[in-house]
Ligand binder design. Structure first.
Ligand code: 3PG
Length: 396
């Protein structure tokens, strides 16, 4: 029986064809919404989504679902804890659309500095306003604070360097090697930043990060860009900062973004003159979408051929302390079962296991990560098996 893949969002034809050519049965339903997904995904083995929400009902009611691939970076639209409960792999395509998002962030910075959208709208209305639109400051020598220095933040930094901007970054990860200054305190950097660009994932730690306090640190008239996730900004605080401090804002994401790909939109951000909102198109260049789709196909092919999941996001982190048992043995049926039986006598749980075979297929080496240590007695019994060559037991 063929494995079935449901693609629930827009996906390039070339890569749909590649999946079909590899023997998969592909169902392409790019307009699927959150509420229809459970029904459509009920009997599929693999699900590919972009921003369509994969909720608990979809995951728990699925009969065969094994792998969800997020054709993009952020996995906040997938209920990971439901996936964990059912042992469904979740993978993403990190870095593949970073350049596209960085290009949009830079575009929004320039658009705000030069008021390009206003400029164009006036022209279309038949208004000539050179006097008004000649007041832009320019970006050369301006200070840019990049909040979040992952794949996207780094691409923004490279481009801003070409504009001669003075760059500060804030991240939990290391920033060495980029010739860029780190800053640890918002209260030191936000007051000197002319432009702040946010590139953070949506996590409990980043939720509402840009609140009244952080807007309080920002310079009057500074530019704020958010092409990451809406949750990192407290929208009430943002609106207040726009009104009271003339913060100029470029957003590709905002609260209550419509799920549908087209339709009407109503948001209180529409009333604010200095807020430019784009349609969550950061990742939506053909270049980025092809790169993401190629990676998605690679993930699926690897999974089918070898069972290995690249960019597997819901793999448990190994505990700080674990016990590793390495047994070299003759490659014969029953050896592994005898080792596992021995561990079972002490109720020892094996969390990870890998068995590799040496060339010639006479000898194999099995590495097991255990939740508690094997006893001397168990190790002795394992070594006494005539099919076991050596064993070692290490505590990490
Ligand atoms: C991402 O996380 O990759 C971006 O937000 C892109 O989202 P999209 O695939 O819905 O455009």
């Amino acid at each position: 029986m063929k494995m079935t893949v449901l693609i629930a969002d827009k996906f390039p034809d070339k890569y749909i064809q590649q999946l079909t050519d590899s023997g998969l049965e592909v169902i392409y339903e790019p307009k699927t919404g959150e509420n229809e997904l459970a029904e459509k995904a009920k009997f599929v083995d693999i699900l590919i989504v972009r921003s369509t929400i994969v909720n608990e009902t979809t995951i728990l009611s699925s009969q065969n679902l094994n792998l969800i691939v997020r054709a993009g970076a952020g996995v906040n639209n997938i209920d990971i804890s439901a996936a964990n409960k059912k042992g469904v792999y979740v993978a993403n395509c990190p870095g593949k659309n970073s350049i596209a998002v960085a290009e949009l962030a830079i575009g929004l910075i320039i658009a705000l500095d030069r008021k390009i959208p206003h400029n164009v709208m006036d022209f279309k209305k038949g208004e000539w306003n050179k006097a008004e639109y000649s007041k832009a400051d320019g970006l050369m020598g301006k200070t840019l604070a990049i909040v979040g220095f992952g794949n996207i933040g780094k691409e923004v930094a490279k481009r801003a360097q070409a504009f001669g901007m003075n760059i500060y970054v804030k991240d939990i990860s290391r920033v060495e090697g980029y010739g860029i200054k780190d800053f640890s305190e918002f209260d030191k950097t936000l007051p000197i930043a002319d432009v702040v660009s946010i590139h953070l994932p949506s996590t409990p730690e980043t939720k509402g990060l840009f609140n009244d306090k952080l807007f309080g640190y920002m310079k009057e008239g500074a530019i704020l860009i958010n092409t990451s996730r809406p949750s990192v900004i407290d929208e009430d605080a943002l609106i207040k900062a726009v009104k009271e401090k003339n913060i100029r804002v470029g957003l590709d994401v905002f609260n209550d973004e419509p799920e549908a790909k087209s339709g009407k939109i109503s948001s209180r951000l529409q009333e604010l003159d200095n807020v430019y909102v784009t349609h969550h198109i950061g990742a939506s260049t053909m270049q980025a979408q092809n790169a993401v789709a190629e990676e998605t196909v690679n993930i699926i092919m690897d999974y089918i051929k070898s069972g290995v999941i690249a960019h597997w996001v819901n793999k448990a982190k190994m505990k700080e302390n674990y016990y590793q048992l390495v047994v070299k043995h003759y490659d014969k049926p029953g050896v592994l079962a005898s080792i596992l039986n021995e561990l079972r006598t002490g109720n020892i749980n094996v969390e990870e296991v890998e068995n590799i075979i040496f060339d010639g297929a006479f000898v194999a080496c099995c590495t097991m990560k255990l939740t508690s240590p094997a006893t001397e007695e168990m190790l002795k019994n394992i070594r006494n098996n005539p099919d076991v060559l050596t064993s070692s037991h290490v505590i990490f």
